[in-house]
Design a protein around this ligand. Structure first.
Ligand code: G1P
Length: 289
């Protein structure tokens, strides 16, 4: 299994109720971090990791996402006419982010179900990425690329992005039970979705970045319900432990949970501090607070 990892599934059908009223009409993935929608940052991470096909598992209420990633010939010619070169470059750079495919998730039946909805786009014996855009990560090397490199090292293993959190926080995440640490990554023997801290096997939690083998669809197909009476991706990951192997990697980078107000504001500040045009002024403003 050494085929290049070319596809990423983005489960983005969720309601975004934590951001109402902003998300009454606007999909939560279209909320802006600095100068781009949250989803575009996730797509850029994928494209910079060598992913060529972005598969959005979405809902019919989120048409602005399709419009955003579609080429706008009209806007391009208007910008050309007005000689707005920089803006034109920005718009045109979107066209090279990859091929976009859309599939509808008719009901919110859980993350496992959302990934299953994209089954027909993934071939047998193919590794692919899953990216949850609620988690936005600032890093030198794109996190998906970091995970792909571990997948290559483990001869095509499935790899989860991991982060250590304080034990009392583990109830918000999928948590791994590590088998052993091999160099800078872990082999995984078990996982639990959103455990009570008192029974959590570790404080190593799964963030929204996965490299998975197509074999997972056989398990997702069974549509077993787990935590919250939903079909959980975490529960199906177990099927990958034996073959092709399931690993976890504490990625390099700062993660912001843009599904929460605090994480969203933090992301905006940190992306601002990483932008050479505004970072000095922003620092001054923050110091003055
Ligand atoms: C999902 C996954 C969970 C993971 C988390 C990362 O949960 O089910 O295992 O730890 O994303 O953000 P959600 O945040 O969608 O409830």
């Amino acid at each position: 299994m050494s085929r290049k990892i070319k596809k990423a599934i983005f489960p983005i059908a969720g309601l975004g109720s934590r951001f109402l009223p902003a998300t009454k009409v606007l999909p939560k993935e279209m909320l802006i971090i600095l100068d781009k929608p949250i989803l575009e940052w996730a797509v850029i991470e994928a494209a910079n990791s060598g992913i060529e096909e972005m598969i959005f598992v979405t809902s019919s209420k989120k048409n602005s996402i399709i419009e955003h990633f579609d080429r706008s010939i009209q806007l391009e010619s208007l910008l050309k006419k007005k000689r707005k070169k920089e803006q034109l470059r920005l718009i045109q750079s979107q066209n090279s982010l990859g091929k976009f495919t859309y599939v509808l998730q008719d009901e919110p039946k859980g993350l496992g179900h959302a990934v299953w909805c994209a089954k027909r786009f993934i071939e047998n014996d193919e590794n692919f990425a899953v990216i949850l855009p609620d988690d936005i990560i600032l890093s030198k090397k794109p996190v998906i690329k970091q995970l792909i490199d571990i997948s290559i090292k483990t001869d095509g293993g499935s790899v989860l992005g991991l982060e250590k959190v304080p034990k009392k926080e583990v109830f918000k995440y999928g948590v791994i039970n590590p088998h052993k640490k091999i160099n800078n990554y872990y082999s995984i023997k078990n996982l639990i979705e959103k455990p009570n801290p008192s029974i959590a096997p570790s404080n190593l939690t799964v963030v929204g970045r996965y490299i998975l083998h197509s074999k997972i669809f056989d398990e997702l197909e069974k549509k077993k319900k787990g935590y919250g009476n939903e079909i959980q991706l975490t529960d199906s990951l177990l099927t990958l432990v034996k073959e092709p192997g399931l690993y976890g990697f504490e990625f390099e980078g700062d993660r912001f949970d843009c599904g929460s107000k605090l994480g969203f504001v933090e992301a905006n500040i940190n992306f601002g501090l990483a932008d050479k045009n505004i970072k000095n002024k922003l620092k001054e403003k923050l110091r003055d607070l």
